[in-house]
Design a protein around this ligand. Structure first.
Ligand code: SIN
Length: 357
């Protein structure tokens, strides 16, 4: 642990001991992104609502920006009970023995957020959370970030433009296969180390939703971004199972309600945060933003879609089939709604991501 992390850790222990002495239940919520990201804001919203609904019985301490733990360490800390709540990205569940979560990493599987939400909130999401039970972890809900864009120091229009690039990825076998299919050289690295690695040329590029890219100031060290929407990055909010099961029932009910409110808030702000971040990246002018044409997108899809088949045995063919069926159902409903006269149309689902330059 670095000095700053040690200082935060000591401070956290100090605050928690004082609160525990006052008879409060402490929830340490650790995460790796900035406070002004969708996840960062929702963690704060959960804190506000949880403390209000439990009338001070629960105190939520939010530690953003890897202040306490980096990616892998935070999951170990949750399992050991050093922290009680996390929201790791879905790509980070493979190393803890739940490779099925890599469903959400499959390139071009999810065309829009409506499909994602139906999959997360339905049987597939339940099956995924059931996988965590034996690992000392309880899944509470899914949060969005958004669709990922590629960045590097060279323009990326054709899929072949990524050939030979060293690309930082999260610890996911699907993301590893994705970068290899593009001819790139994938490098697993903790989120907190990406800015420096880009700055020092340890890696050439990365992928992330724009809100993460901008709040980590990656636009200062990346000359090009391609709006590729080739994959998705979202989160599962998880708690230490013993801690959760041991809570008084009334407290657990209030926390469940607080999480419901935080989730509604989070899903509401995520797309807007990404739109705003893209506008900021464009305004900063240090990164050229390029949007794939339909033909270029088809080229990327041709290279990346076979990964779905390759990972059937790892993720489960049934889960992939179910996600594809949901996508088809949503597309049908959206086409039906679009063909209805304007007055009877329901509100349209937001498109996957902005297609601005
Ligand atoms: C996060 O959004 O939690 C981090 C994503 C990453 O590691 O790229």
């Amino acid at each position: 642990m670095k000095l700053r992390a040690i200082a935060m850790f000591v401070l956290a222990i100090g605050i928690s001991s004082a609160a525990q002495a006052a008879g409060e239940i402490i929830i340490k919520f650790s995460h790796v992104v900035a406070p002004d990201t969708p996840k960062g804001q929702a963690a704060e919203r959960f804190k506000q609502v949880a403390e209000k609904l439990t009338k001070g019985k629960v105190k939520v301490e939010v530690y953003p920006n890897s202040q306490l733990y980096k990616d892998r360490e935070e999951i170990e800390a949750l399992q050991s009970g050093a922290v009680q709540m996390l929201a790791p990205s879905l790509s980070k569940f493979g190393p803890m023995g739940a490779p099925e979560f890599q469903l959400f990493d499959l390139p071009y599987l999810f065309p829009n957020q409506e499909t994602l939400h139906r999959v997360m909130d339905g049987d597939v999401g339940k099956k995924l959370f059931a996988k965590l039970d034996t690992k000392g972890v309880t899944g509470l809900t899914f949060w969005d970030n958004g669709f990922k864009q590629m960045s590097s120091n060279k323009p990326m229009h054709a899929a072949a433009d990524l050939k030979g690039l060293k690309m930082r990825i999260q610890s996911s076998k699907v993301l590893n296969a994705q970068m290899k299919a593009l001819g790139a050289n994938p490098q697993v690295m903790a989120f907190s180390e990406v800015y420096t690695a880009l700055q020092q040329g340890v890696v050439d590029g990365t992928e992330n939703p724009v809100s993460n890219f901008y709040t980590q100031k990656m636009h200062e060290v990346q000359k090009h971004m391609t709006i590729s929407n080739h994959g998705y990055l979202g989160y599962a909010v998880i708690v230490n199972k013993n801690f959760w099961d041991g809570l008084p029932a009334d407290v657990r009910t209030s926390l469940t309600q607080a999480m419901k409110e935080a989730t509604a808030f989070e899903r509401d702000v995520a797309q807007k945060d990404n739109d705003d971040a893209l506008a900021q990246v464009i305004a900063a002018k240090s990164t050229t933003v390029y949007t794939l044409t339909a033909a270029e997108r088809a080229d990327w899809q041709k290279v990346l879609l076979p990964i779905q088949k390759d990972f059937e045995s790892v993720i489960g063919a049934d889960l992939i089939l179910s996600a594809n069926a949901t996508a088809a159902q949503v597309a049908k409903e959206q086409a039906d709604a679009a063909s209805k006269p304007a007055a009877s149309k329901p509100a349209a689902s937001k498109p996957a991501a902005p297609a601005k330059k």
